[in-house]
Design a protein around this ligand. Structure first.
Ligand code: G3P
Length: 217
């Protein structure tokens, strides 16, 4: 499973990237706002840092304008992925931009039927939002499972990019059901390493080591 980082924080991306943990990056207008950076500048910086796909989202709502914005974003670097909302206009823009050989991430997916449409429009990635479905008492993981089944039934190559990840359990469950990619904030990815038994075990080893009176170096 690929790990994308859902942030425009350059330092956080660089820290995980140095460990080989970053297969790509995703941003959206809210993330750009939080970064306080210019979208074109920060996307260029991220693209230079990371080898994998870097999603940058259009903000137009009408297909022709989305296509124009998508082309502009794609000029930033080879690894830009144009992020488009799951609307009819977004699907039209998806068809055109993927036809030009650009990577497209169709976002704000909340149903399996929407994911089916995105695959038919040639999307490179589909972004179902787990956390926001959980927020309204639905089950975001059910959606990931349904999309996996549908895409496998018909051999669609669109990659399932599970988004709106709020916990390490979401990441575990995505890996179990076979999401192709997860995108998560850096702090959630870093939490994957934590286990109380690791901490307890390490504490005991350190105490016992101190009693040996030895040193390695
Ligand atoms: O990339 C979009 C996404 O991951 C949104 O997450 O937590 O704002 O629902 P969240």
């Amino acid at each position: 499973m690929k790990f994308f980082v859902d942030t425009a924080d350059i330092d956080a991306i660089a820290e995980l990237n140095d460990l080989g943990m970053v297969d790509g990056v995703t941003t959206n207008p809210s993330i750009i706002l939080k970064s306080g950076r210019n979208i074109l500048e920060v996307t260029k910086e991220i693209c230079a840092l990371v080898d994998g796909p870097v999603s940058a989202e259009v903000v137009a709502l009408e297909a022709d304008a989305m296509i124009a914005e998508g082309r502009e974003l794609a000029k930033i670097a080879e690894n830009v992925t144009v992020k488009l909302p799951l609307t009819w206009d977004g699907l039209k823009a998806c068809k055109v931009l993927t036809g030009e050989g650009k990577m497209v991430n169709v976002t704000l997916c909340f149903s399996a039927n929407q994911a089916l449409l995105a695959a038919k429009a040639g999307a490179t990635f589909i972004s179902p939002f787990i956390g926001r479905l959980d927020d309204i008492n639905l089950d975001g993981m059910d959606l990931i499972e349904d999309i996996r089944t549908i895409y496998d039934n018909y051999g669609y190559e669109t990659q399932i990019l599970a988004a709106s990840i709020r916990s390490v359990n979401h990441i575990h469950d995505c890996a179990v059901v076979g999401a192709d990619v997860i995108t998560a904030p850096p702090e959630i990815i870093k939490k994957l390493v934590s286990h109380p038994l690791t901490d307890q075990g390490l504490e005991q080893f350190m105490k016992d080591w101190a009693k040996t009176g030895q040193s390695i170096l």
